[in-house]
Design a protein around this ligand. Structure first.
Ligand code: TNX
Length: 505
């Protein structure tokens, strides 16, 4: 007769399916569609991740690691020709919903199918899967995923966060942690603010003093730092594995004190520039009417384009208070041509709308006034929304916040979540909007803990605004889901802000 032990050896599980309810209660951002069917899939030592194409090896390994992070179990990854009857099956060979990030998940008692048009969709789905894993405690502990179906895709193609590494420098390890945390909420862009008055942070081989001189310090007088091109490529590759695009920014023609200290011939003011460790803005400018400046811009953009795999280069363009308006326009127009020459799309802060921009350019809305962004839209440009009152991650949460600024007001967790990108600026509708981005300026941010405190949990709200259908967004529901994510963030050692508005328990 067959004993239980023999059955177990044959791989026949005697465990009855555990009833469970698939729901959005654990999910940030909310998916487009979700249907429960009352049972669950059990993750155990025998769970295998099958892929139908070796192009999915990396994304499958990442899913395996995420499952391990939650459960301690590391599923093996194997290729297969057909959807198997057991295990987790990944296929990017196409679904009805369009788009690289769209995905479908079907969870049954024996098998999970994750389908998409592109590996990016499988990666986004993996984030949903990780959030759905729950612990079931009976006589033994088991890890389950409630059964049912999910169909999902993003509302906006650009869902970004910005990290200012100029005011305070953050090394490769910190940047990778930011990438991991952001990726788990389906953020798909990390904009790196690589230069400012206080520091130049990216090696440019044709202008070596930018980093050797311009990278030496930071706000408060610390030692600063910079990325070598090899280190930057490592960041780009790490982000790419997680389907995050790195957008490099070189802020010009203002915010260039560090550059003009290194190369005084680029200085467009009459004052001799010195390394700067304060936090004022608007006092520096490149010499916009000198040819050497355009040789500089060309070299910088050429070298940056060569180490960036995404379509965008951000040229800054904000707060050029000591550049005359016609010099500013002349500079942006010439810089735009250089960005085009290297086959990149130009993004700039909303002041660039004064220049000859068009539908191939992107204006990042940040100002206190809406006139620039409206002018940009009238010229045909697409808009990236970074409204300071809602998305500025460097603003204090409340008047007692231990770090942060407050020029845009206090940005509590509800203030970060309760706004509608589609109706924010009159005349700027969904058709004009590329997406949203949450900037973290780092004048007051010195450590990884400081980053975590200001970014979390506000970024989760922005992630939902960028991904989920507007009619599903709801503060009461979000608050409850955030409580669960507080636990998740705690497990990950994230030092987030425990807002009094959220019923953490
Ligand atoms: C304004 S927002 C700036 C930054 C500062 C930030 C501080 C923008 C385009 N420029 O230079 O760091 O305020 O909140």
């Amino acid at each position: 007769a067959l004993t239980l032990g023999m059955l177990m050896q044959l791989g026949v599980s005697c465990q009855k399916p555990i009833p469970a309810q698939l729901s959005s209660d654990n999910l940030i951002p909310l998916p487009v569609q979700i249907q429960a069917d009352g049972s669950s899939y059990l993750i155990n030592e025998k769970t295998i991740i099958y892929i139908d194409d070796t192009e999915l090896t990396e994304v499958a390994n990442l899913l395996s690691q995420q499952i391990k992070g939650r459960t301690g179990i590391t599923p093996k990854v194997m290729t297969t020709e057909q959807a198997p009857s057991k295990g987790i099956y990944l296929s990017a060979s196409g679904i009805e919903t369009k788009g690289e990030e769209a995905y479908q998940i079907k969870i049954g008692e024996k098998a999970i199918q994750i389908l998409a048009n592109h590996p990016a969709g499988i990666f986004r789905a993996s984030q949903t899967i990780e959030q759905l894993i729950s612990k079931h405690v009976a006589e033994t502990v088991s890890w389950i995923i409630p059964s049912g179906a999910i169909s999902d895709y993003p509302q906006f193609e650009y869902r970004g966060m910005m990290l200012d590494v100029s005011r305070h420098f953050f090394g490769v390890k910190d940047v990778k942690r930011v990438i991991d945390l952001a990726a788990s909420y389906k953020i798909n862009v990390l904009h790196m603010h690589l230069s400012d008055d206080q520091g130049w942070r990216i090696e440019i081989k044709s202008w070596p003093k930018l980093t050797s001189v311009g990278g030496q310090t930071q706000v408060g007088g610390g030692k600063g730092g910079f990325y070598t091109q090899e280190q930057f490529k490592d960041i780009v590759a790490y982000a790419k594995q997680r389907y995050i695009t790195i957008v490099p920014e070189i802020d010009m023609p203002g915010h260039t004190n560090a550059a003009v200290v290194a190369y005084p011939e680029l200085n467009g003011t009459k004052k001799k520039a010195e390394l700067y460790t304060g936090t004022k803005v608007g006092f520096s400018t490149l010499a916009t009417r000198k040819e050497v400046t355009y040789q500089f811009v060309d070299d910088v953009v050429r070298e940056l384009a060569a180490i960036t795999d995404g379509p965008y280069i951000h040229i800054g363009g904000d707060e050029s208070h000591v550049t005359k308006l016609d010099d500013y326009i002349y500079f942006i127009n010439r810089t735009k041509e250089i960005v085009k020459k290297y086959n990149k799309t130009m993004i700039g802060w909303d002041e660039i709308a004064h220049a000859d921009i068009d539908e191939t350019d992107i204006v990042q809305y940040w100002s206190r006034e809406t006139k620039n962004v409206k002018m940009g839209v009238n010229k045909g440009a697409k808009v990236l929304l970074s409204p300071n009152k809602h998305t500025y991650l460097d603003m204090k949460y409340n008047k007692d916040s231990r770090i942060g600024l407050d020029w845009a007001g206090l940005v509590e967790v509800d203030q970060a979540y309760n706004w509608n990108p589609e109706t924010l600026v009159e005349g700027v509708g969904k058709e004009n909007i590329l997406g949203i981005e949450s900037p973290l300026w780092t004048e007051t941010v010195e450590t990884m803990d400081d980053i975590e405190y200001l970014v979390f949990p506000r970024l989760l709200g922005h992630a939902e605004l960028g991904w989920s259908p507007v009619e599903k967004q709801n503060w009461e529901s979000y608050k409850v889901r955030l409580v669960k994510h507080g636990k998740r963030l705690e497990e990950l050692g994230v030092d987030f802000y425990k807002s009094k508005l959220i019923p953490w328990d």
